[in-house]
Design a binder for this molecule. Structure first.
Ligand SMILES: Cc1ncc(COP(=O)(O)O)c(C=O)c1O
Length: 397
């Protein structure tokens, strides 16, 4: 049967493609391969996504189950949750944050989009660390702002510094900082964060602090940017410490005038975050024993992974001070981190994230392990990895 005149089979698309071409998350490719291998019956160790495998804290699940009975279908912005978040700042950081400064969002992702859209103009230059979380650069570009990548590699301990910001020319309009950082787990001390905030203020740069990994540190607790600069815009989420990534819930804190500016952005883009998640999150705050157990197991996993990788000759790894990632230089084994992760997954079932997600320049020689898995899975991964690494040819340089 022939296609009718004017049918889609005959007419080339007359509408030119517009919009910004944005890079994918390459870890997603690994995720799809892992799912395929799992469907084929292979056992997978999921160290590719930043996704705690222990699941939602029981108290949060129980609260959600109770709320389900009551049919939670309305748009809701939980005043109780906002007040509980304000209490978190009082208890953990000694800060009084007026509830009007707190906006609930569908994860940190929605907060980032609202901030990039609402606080900047087309063409504005927003600094992001390299390596860094890929959505910073990709979302900034998608919104017609310019992502200015600032090198913060191993030579500077993977930390953004006031000096590096001052050296960017021409200057920046905004800066995104994360401490602990993804993918390295590097953290800024109070003095370093304060110096960064001072430099931003001096240069008129809007400071955005992504605090999604707060509560997950192995030495000193993380300092909130709000402790050193009341004007910082802070983003946080229930995805990591609270183990609720699929519930799509986060928040941001902004100075009053900026909260007033950002609130319509959040509402117009996303309306309210999921209602059931807000009830569950309120209960998650009360499950601290469970969250401490997670942190204790990440601590064990971190030690095991660091020692295990070192014993295999993967020793160019900065011990992460926070988060649950280990960013490993595997440049002696590959110059194509995506192909390397794909082969590793195919041959061992260990799923990892390729460095090109985080660093477009040097990421071809890095991979990231998430150790937010069980300790048994970390042990098993090391058992599988050691003979596999030993079989790989070594590269020069
Ligand atoms: C540094 C960082 N910021 C933001 C996000 C997005 O998190 P959410 O699930 O809250 O949208 C992630 C997710 O991995 C992340 O690593």
């Amino acid at each position: 049967m022939s296609a009718r005149a004017g049918s889609p089979a005959e007419t080339p698309n007359p509408v030119p493609l517009r919009g910004v071409d944005v890079a994918p998350f390459y870890a997603g490719k690994i995720g799809r391969q892992a799912a395929e291998q799992a469907r084929a019956g292979q056992s997978i160790i999921p160290m590719h996504f930043g996704q705690p495998t222990a699941g939602t804290p029981p108290k949060a699940l129980a609260a959600a189950a109770r709320v389900l009975e009551a049919d939670p279908t309305g748009y809701v912005e939980s005043r109780e949750l906002i007040e509980r978040i304000a209490r978190y700042y009082r208890d953990s950081h000694g800060l009084e944050i007026a509830p009007a400064r707190i906006l609930l969002t569908a994860g940190a992702s929605a907060a980032l989009v609202a901030v990039f859209a609402g606080l900047f103009e087309p063409g504005d230059r927003i600094g992001v660390g390299r390596p860094g979380y890929p959505a910073y650069r990709n979302a900034v570009r998608a919104l017609g702002r310019e992502a200015v990548e600032i090198d913060c590699g191993a030579e500077v301990g993977f930390r953004l510094s006031a000096a590096a910001i001052g050296a960017v020319a021409p200057g920046l309009h905004g800066l995104v900082v994360a401490s602990p950082a993804n993918p390295t787990g590097a953290m800024l001390s109070r003095a370093q964060l304060a110096a960064l905030a001072r430099e931003c203020r001096r240069l008129g740069i809007r400071l955005i602090s992504d605090e999604i990994y707060h509560g997950l540190s192995y030495g000193e607790p993380a300092v909130s940017a709000l402790e050193v600069d009341d004007d910082a815009v802070v983003i946080n989420s229930f995805s990591k410490l609270y183990r609720m990534p699929g519930w799509r819930l986060g928040w941001m804190v902004a100075p009053p005038a900026l909260a007033t500016r950002l609130s319509p952005y959040v509402v117009n883009f996303f309306l309210t975050p999921p209602t059931i998640s807000q009830h569950a999150a309120l209960a998650a705050f009360e499950d601290s024993a469970e969250l401490e157990r997670s942190l204790a197991s990440y601590r064990v996993n971190r030690e095991l992974l660091l020692a295990g990788l070192r014993s295999m000759g993967i020793d160019k790894v900065s011990p992460p001070e926070g988060a649950f990632y280990l960013y490993a230089d595997v440049g002696h084994l590959t110059r194509d981190s995506l192909a390397f992760c794909q082969q590793l997954l195919r041959e061992t079932g260990i799923a990892t994230a390729p460095g090109i997600d985080f660093d477009t320049l040097h990421g071809h020689r890095f991979i990231r392990f998430s150790f937010a898995v069980s300790t048994g899975e970390v042990r098993r991964a090391l058992e599988l990895l050691a003979p596999w690494v030993a079989r790989q040819p070594r590269l020069e340089g």
